[in-house]
Write a new protein. Structure first.
Length: 708
């Protein structure tokens, strides 16, 4: 009996990027566990992946190319060969190229895997070569990243491991225990050392229950709170004037702007008592080192970008950056010298490119966006838009078009894959090679394949090699091996990779970037912010170029300057949908709905697997405050209908005082087949963008709830 242990890395769009050990016996993976030697993830896996082998060997896996044999949406397929699948794709695309041009072809992808060579950008070079419509991917952190870069630049911020030295920790819109759980031990150690933990969240989450102080806040009003904190810090002279003078620009203008955002104003917007706003500002300013960790949810409303602009100003105002464990943590991804341009190859694009934002797929497929030529072929990989994208009725209508040739590469017959004309089998992480950055720590990881691919599944890298060959592309770039792609994926000459070699990375599975040790690193003690001025910019110089999308979220590093004017100073933008901003709408739909990440799913990953659905609940549950439920005659466990003018879904009621009155919470990630009447929470989500970065407004909507 041959047994081995293979070192790899979790593939998911999660800040933790865990080091994993797979036990292989006679060529079969029999167990997956965390690597106890990894300094950050420390040998533990979350409920999403601690039985990853069950995903790999699931009876529902797609293991062979398939062709649709039933009506679109029926999920009825028959097995075909790879040669036949590729020949049909190539023939259909060549016809489209001849009749309508390349822009009639639309690739659609996101972070179904976060690997550098198999993930976000693996298909970009091919579709750029063809001249296909560009899919702009701004689902997650695009407003936050835009605002962050406008204020303090592309800095990794506080080392997550440095939190052990913090004395005042604010988790803002961040349910650490469910979405960043390997950071929790560092927070716990800080608390043992005397730190106070504050959680700002509309819901008393798993994390909020363990905090020293949970501050409930109305969805979408975080910007008002952040600006009121600035107001108090300045008006009560709780600021570090020396740090401000040496390492910031625009203070006087910020002070003038913040004067209007009094604690009384913020209290009326947020629902937080004035006394609590004052207390938070004073404690934050007088308990060094103070650190703020912002979550993705902080951007998911009309003013998400300006919220992050205001929050990013706070550490410089009090000189928090002077201290180890003081400052702001958003995405350490900025520390990784990834060769994004080499991965995307924007240089292959023709001079004029059509761009479609991934959030508006339904509108694109139904002709609402007025595309000429219309989209005639859709190629989906690393994504499941039918479960996770707004305007589901439009999306379903578009995917059901008989004249739309749809190809999906997947592990399972997802809500989206049910509409495929050709369905292709993709490998899981245990079956493919990859290199992994992290947006939650400073370790580069390597994923060694543990087993041979099952059936005829192939990695995305091989998929696009085969597509290039089928299309007759002769450029050697498109036929690079996985090893060659990994070698070219990073700037190995970067100081951040000094001492890091591929050989050592393969052997150990992870290596820390060449950054100072967490115990003595205060990245902006002396300023040195990666902004145009080299300082924290309270008044942003980047705003002069107009509204833009951080290049990471699209194919090209020139960004997308739309020319829309951007106020250079942080300001408050109220939610689009609230009783205060839309009273007529609120009269019909009086409850706010948010759709946070599930504890057991990763977006829609695992929404079909038994262990995870048992943890999350086999069918969608919706949290309501008992008083809101009683007013509607709803009892615990009852089937309910959640609806607004955009759509409806059905679920089961869970009553809890952990939810604010006036709030409905429906964790996302469920598949349509798990929900009554086959819609997910995103049937209700608005198509509107946030103020910066064209970020979706997931948490800016009004609904009503009734018994089903």
């Amino acid at each position: 009996m041959a047994r081995s242990v293979v070192i790899g890395a979790c593939p998911h769009d999660c800040p933790d990027t865990c080091s994993i050990l797979t036990t292989v016996e006679d060529g079969k993976a029999i167990a997956v566990r965390g690597n106890p030697d990894h300094p950050f993830t420390r040998g533990r896996l979350c409920v999403k992946v601690n039985n990853y082998q069950d995903r790999v060997y699931s009876e529902e896996r797609v293991l062979y190319p398939m062709k649709r044999v039933g009506p679109k949406g029926s999920g009825q397929f028959a097995r075909i060969s790879w040669d036949d699948a590729l020949a049909e794709i190539a023939a259909r695309w060549k016809d489209i190229l001849a009749s309508d041009g390349a822009q009639a072809i639309l690739p659609y992808s996101y972070l179904g895997t976060q690997g550098i060579i198999n993930g976000l950008n693996v298909g970009d070079p091919l579709f750029n070569k063809l001249g296909a419509t560009v899919c702009e991917r701004t689902f997650c952190d695009s407003a936050s990243c835009t605002a962050y870069m406008m204020t303090i630049g592309h800095t990794p911020g506080v080392d997550p491991e440095s939190f052990v030295h913090s004395k005042y920790i604010v988790l803002w819109a961040c349910n650490t225990l469910s979405t960043n759980s390997h950071h929790w031990p560092f927070i716990e150690q800080a608390r043992k050392n005397g730190a106070k933990l504050v959680v700002i969240d509309p819901v008393r989450t798993r994390t909020a229950r363990l905090a020293d102080w949970h501050i409930p806040i109305r969805p979408g009003t975080d910007g008002a709170l952040a600006l009121a904190l600035i107001n108090v810090l300045i008006s009560e002279d709780l600021i570090d004037r020396d740090y401000i003078e040496k390492h910031t620009i625009g203070f006087e203008e910020l002070a003038e702007r913040a004067a209007a955002y009094t604690p009384e104003f913020a209290s009326a917007e947020t629902g937080i008592p004035v006394e609590d706003i004052l207390k938070l500002a004073r404690e934050y300013a007088t308990t060094p080192p103070a650190v703020v960790r912002i979550g993705v949810a902080v951007e998911r409303h009309a003013g998400g970008g300006q919220t992050v602009r205001a929050v990013a100003c706070l550490p410089a105002l009090i000189g928090a950056w002077r201290h180890v464990g003081g400052g702001l943590l958003q995405l350490p991804i900025w520390a990784f010298p990834v060769n994004w341009g080499g991965l995307m190859r924007p240089d292959l694009q023709p001079p004029s490119m059509r761009v479609m934002n991934s959030w508006r797929l339904g509108a694109a497929l139904t002709g609402e966006l007025g595309f000429d030529p219309p989209i005639r072929s859709l190629f989906v990989y690393n994504a499941n838009p039918m479960s996770m994208v707004t305007e589901q009725a439009k999306l379903e209508e578009g995917l059901a078009r008989e004249d739309l040739f749809t190809v999906v590469s997947e592990h399972f017959v997802t809500d989206t894959a049910r509409y495929a004309d050709i369905l292709l089998p993709a490998t899981t992480q245990l079956e493919q090679k990859d290199i992994m950055f992290s947006w939650g720590h400073l370790y580069l990881s390597y994923n060694n394949p543990a087993i041979e691919p099952l059936g005829e599944a192939v990695p995305n890298t091989e998929l696009f090699r085969r597509l290039a060959k089928a299309l007759g592309i002769d450029d050697p770039f498109f036929y690079r091996s996985d090893d060659e792609m990994i070698e070219q994926s990073m700037d190995w000459a970067s100081p951040a990779l000094e001492g890091v070699t591929l050989e050592a990375l393969k052997e150990k599975g992870y290596l820390r970037l060449n950054m100072p040790k967490a115990d003595d690193w205060a990245p902006h003690r002396d300023g040195n912010f990666p902004t145009p001025s080299g300082k924290c910019e309270f008044r942003s110089s980047l705003s002069e170029g107009g509204n833009f999308v951080v290049p990471l979220f699209r194919q090209g590093f020139g960004g997308d300057q739309s020319g829309e004017p951007v106020d250079p100073l942080p300001h408050y933008i109220a939610p689009n949908e609230s009783a205060r901003t839309a009273p007529d709408l609120a009269a019909r739909y009086p409850l706010s709905l948010i759709s946070p990440k599930s504890h057991a799913f990763l977006n829609s990953n695992y929404g079909n697997l038994p262990a995870q659905t048992a943890q999350a609940g086999e069918q969608q549950a919706v949290l309501l405050h008992p008083e809101d439920a009683a007013a509607r005659g709803i009892v615990a466990g009852a089937p309910i209908r959640v609806f607004n003018e955009r759509g409806a879904f059905e679920a089961f009621a869970t009553l809890s005082p952990d939810v604010m009155r006036g709030l409905v919470v429906a964790p996302s990630g469920y598949w349509q087949r798990s929900n009554r009447k086959g819609a997910t929470v995103h049937a209700l989500t608005p198509p509107a963008y946030a103020d910066l970065g064209r970020a979706p407004t997931f948490s800016d909507m009004l609904v009503e709830v009734a018994s089903a």
